[in-house]
Design a protein around this ligand. Structure first.
Ligand SMILES: [Fe+2]
Length: 311
């Protein structure tokens, strides 16, 4: 993510170069080029109760499994005070700690807009909450995933800097048409990352922190691989978006993550990368520093939908 050599104005929305593939998203009429909602919506009593129930459920699982930065962030921002947090108050409190704010967006937003917000220390969060029918699993990130899962981590100064650098790195990935590779890095760190603490892995990835079953599976399951993070390797690795992960990547510390990425020559990396992924998401390869070689039993039995137990 070396940015020193770049003359890039991160205050301006980056232009998406022609030929760069992104998800076909239709922008609702009420939002502008920045994809920001005019205001955070107000939630009904039942929707606020859904937040409280999700919060309580996660807190049965996360102490002892989530990393310290996350648990401290939850407390500092007092996200369990009841109901969906108000983004204004949250932004004031988070802003005082690390300069980040939380802004409402209608749904998944285009990559270049997402990068632009991150580069300016704005975290886009879904302006809706799941229903009771989708209580356990939703594919589209809602306010619980975004705020409970991601925002506490932004109270950690090093992690907060990493997220901003990730946004800045998007400009370069777009120029090289390597958004998928940069997306894999996000996936295996920000969404599903583990970090060593007291000699064992803990969770910092928002996808794990905001879901009911994955923290136990990721840390204690025999099935998944747990491998020390190597940025080049991870950016060549495929990932699944609709099931538990077959492989988790572990960092030494947030400083390690920051240095592994910010000091890397991404121009060189992108020039050497093919357009697709080299490694399957279950693969263990020669260069891997393996903490746990998984049995892959859960995925080999068919994963989600097959009735296989996440073990
Ligand atoms: Fe997320």
């Amino acid at each position: 993510m070396t940015t020193a050599s770049l003359v890039t104005d991160f205050t301006r929305l980056p232009e998406m170069p022609e030929g760069v593939y992104t998800a076909p998203l239709k922008r609702p009429e009420r939002v502008g080029e920045d994809w920001l909602e005019p205001a955070q919506r107000s939630y009904t009593a039942d929707e606020n109760a859904i937040w409280d129930e999700l919060f309580a459920r996660q807190m049965e699982v996360l102490p002892g499994r989530a990393c310290n930065a996350f648990l401290q962030g939850l407390e500092r921002l007092d996200l369990g005070r009841g109901g969906v947090p108000d983004f204004g108050r949250l932004s004031d409190e988070l802003g005082a700690l690390t300069g980040w704010s939380v802004v409402p967006v209608p749904m998944l937003i285009p990559d270049h807009v997402f990068f632009w917000h991150l580069a300016n220390r704005r975290f886009p969060a879904g302006n809706f909450i799941r229903t009771r029918e989708t209580f356990d699993y939703i594919q589209e990130p809602d306010v619980f995933h975004d705020v409970f899962g991601h925002v506490p981590m932004l109270t950690d100064p090093t992690y907060a800097d990493y997220m901003q650098e990730y946004g800045r790195a998007g400009w370069k990935a777009m120029r090289y048409n390597r958004l998928k590779s940069l997306g894999a890095l996000y996936w295996y760190t920000v969404e599903f990352g583990l970090v060593m603490e007291g000699g064992e892995p803990k969770v910092y990835g928002a996808g794990i922190l905001s879901g009911p079953a994955e923290a136990v599976f990721a840390l204690e399951g025999q099935s998944p691989n747990r491998i020390m993070l190597n940025v080049d390797r991870v950016m060549r690795t495929d990932y699944v978006i609709d099931d538990l992960q077959p492989t988790y990547f572990v960092i030494e510390s947030f400083e390690d993550l920051y240095h592994q990425t910010v000091e890397r020559d991404f121009d060189r990396l992108y020039r050497g990368l093919g357009a697709g992924f080299t490694y399957a998401n279950m693969a263990v390869i020669d260069v891997d520093d393996v903490l746990h070689r998984g049995t892959l039993e859960y995925h080999l039995r068919g994963g989600r939908g097959s009735g296989a137990t996440p073990v």
